[in-house]
Design a protein around this ligand. Structure first.
Ligand SMILES: C[S@@+](CC[C@H](N)C(=O)[O-])C[C@H]1O[C@@H](n2cnc3c(N)ncnc32)[C@H](O)[C@@H]1O
Length: 194
């Protein structure tokens, strides 16, 4: 097994630097990926430096697959370098817009948005892409900032409330399976294809 500190990394969130200890003091990454099992296909949309992709690659193992996409080439390169350093060969990371990213049809077991759904230009389109990629038995997980004033993170005005995400999910042909707190600053929404 691997520990939180081993799997965490640096990432930029709303203009501040998110170090591994800080992220792991907020929420448990293992709980976010609770439904991910060995052999599964995982998609990390807006993957950044690959904080979750790297954990997922270990969880799904050699028989599984991780697809990752980010618009920022430097961040995808960091993910690729880390994967190589850690001997992970089951990650396919690409530079691109989430709005254009459909890695496969009906093949994914798990699609993740980690703290980024509000960042996309067309979040509704991005959710529709998840619906295309997911198997009927698959799960979509949205981890994001609570819509409230904080001294860090993205500005409140651009954050999505849980209710807004639920509306968008419904429009994209998902049903919300659960909505939970993920620590003091984030929520975790799990949805299934209808
Ligand atoms: C707040 S970071 C989150 C990164 C990662 N999910 C994590 O948990 O560390 C948001 C990421 O979304 C990416 N992003 C923003 N707009 C995007 C788009 N339209 N398509 C793909 N990635 C995008 C940014 O480049 C950035 O890496």
């Amino acid at each position: 097994m691997f520990t939180f500190s081993l799997v965490c990394c640096m990432a930029c969130h709303g203009g501040f630097s998110l170090d591994e200890q800080t992220r792991c003091s907020w929420y448990n990454p293992e709980a976010v990926l609770e439904d991910l099992k060995e052999g599964m296909t995982f998609v990390d949309v807006g993957c950044g430096d690959g904080f979750f992709s790297l954990i997922a690659a270990r969880k799904v193992g050699a028989e599984g697959k991780v697809y990752a996409v980010d618009i920022d080439a430097s961040r995808v390169e960091k993910l690729q370098n880390k994967a190589a350093e850690q001997g992970l060969t089951n990650i396919e990371a690409m530079v691109g817009r989430a709005e254009d990213a459909v890695f496969c049809r009906g093949c994914a077991d798990f699609v993740l948005y980690s703290m980024d759904l509000h960042d996309f230009d067309e979040p509704q389109k991005v959710l529709e892409n998840a619906r295309v990629m997911l198997k009927a038995s698959g799960v979509l997980v949205d981890l994001d900032w609570k819509k409230m004033q904080m001294e860090f993170g993205p500005p409140e005005r651009i954050r999505f409330s849980e209710a807004r995400v639920a509306e968008m999910l419904e429009l994209a042909d998902f049903r919300v399976a659960s909505t939970k707190d993920a620590g003091p600053y984030h929520y975790l929404i799990t949805a299934k294809p209808k």
